[in-house]
Design a protein around this ligand. Structure first.
Ligand code: DGL
Length: 274
């Protein structure tokens, strides 16, 4: 039994999808969430910079004495591998779990990957899927989506968002995919829009949810969980408070209280500089 919190982090609100799954599977686990909203999007940044920012996020979380970490961000998972591998606590990224889920799900072996530019250009996510399916992945960078989602845009009432998703889905529909990995953790927040455009034959994989499932399993095996089922506290820290619309989305998606608190950037960077 280990009463310490599990740290979950992302550039913004996308990682809340991992919180939702973990709350569902392990309600007794305390969670400390960190979103670097002040500096998102990460998905247009070079890998070296993503690695440096990731070091600041993980450094701060480790100072808060977390027992494990979930990098609930495709961009971080694919571009900050070196930083994530050197951590002194178990750390789970979104790639392996989502690639395994995609390979289990696809019937025709044709898998699509929608993710940020940095994730697609790293090649890592597609490679991990291809290793398991033996077929080329249709990988599509979707640079316009995460910032719109972060600002709380309503996917049904936002022509720019609808146009962008339709455009990004086109190559995947053309190549006949039956499974699409939402490889940026922001995208499951607009999963219904993807589903509407891709149609009922295509199964969507939520990479953050898959990461949370595999983290829950591994932490249980390692006896690192709290023994108890009464709901534990979740603390939400952000380097800039998400806009009201995004807070509402988060509340609706989590199905419970969501009270974000500010973590001033100076505090985050000061911790990591020590
Ligand atoms: N949620 C993130 C991801 O999974 C990043 C979005 C961004 O900051 O560009 O890639």
């Amino acid at each position: 039994m280990d009463p310490r919190a599990i740290g979950i982090f992302d550039s913004g609100i996308g990682g809340l999808m991992a919180v939702r799954m973990l709350r569902h599977l392990l309600p007794g686990e305390p969670i400390l969430y960190l979103g670097d909203t002040a500096r998102m999007p990460y998905g247009d940044r070079p890998a070296g910079e993503i690695g440096r920012l990731t070091g600041e996020l993980t450094g701060w979380l480790l100072r808060q004495n977390v027992k494990a970490l979930i990098a609930a961000c495709g961009t971080i998972s694919c571009n900050a591998g070196e930083t994530l591998q050197q951590l002194p606590v178990p750390c789970f990224d979104v790639v392996t779990a989502a690639a395994e889920a995609a390979a289990r799900t696809t019937r025709n072996g044709k898998v699509g990957l929608a993710a940020t530019s940095a994730t697609i250009h790293s090649g890592r996510f597609a490679e991990e899927i291809e290793k398991r399916t033996g077929q080329a992945v249709t990988a599509v960078p979707c640079p316009r989506l995460a910032p719109m989602i972060e600002h709380g845009a309503n996917p049904y009432n936002h022509p720019e968002m609808i146009t962008a998703v339709a455009e990004y889905c086109q190559p995947m529909l053309q190549s006949g995919v039956d499974t699409v990995v939402l490889g940026c953790t922001h995208y499951p927040l607009i999963a219904e829009l993807f589903a509407q455009i891709l149609g009922p034959e295509v199964t969507l994989i939520d990479c953050a949810g898959e990461a949370a499932k595999s983290a829950a399993k591994a932490l249980k095996e390692q006896h690192l969980l709290v023994e108890g089922h009464s709901p534990a506290a979740v603390e939400y820290r952000f380097t800039a408070l998400p806009p009201q619309a995004a807070q509402q989305t988060a509340r609706r998606m989590l199905g419970e209280d969501f009270t974000p608190r500010l973590l001033p950037l100076e505090e985050l960077t000061a911790f990591s500089a020590e």
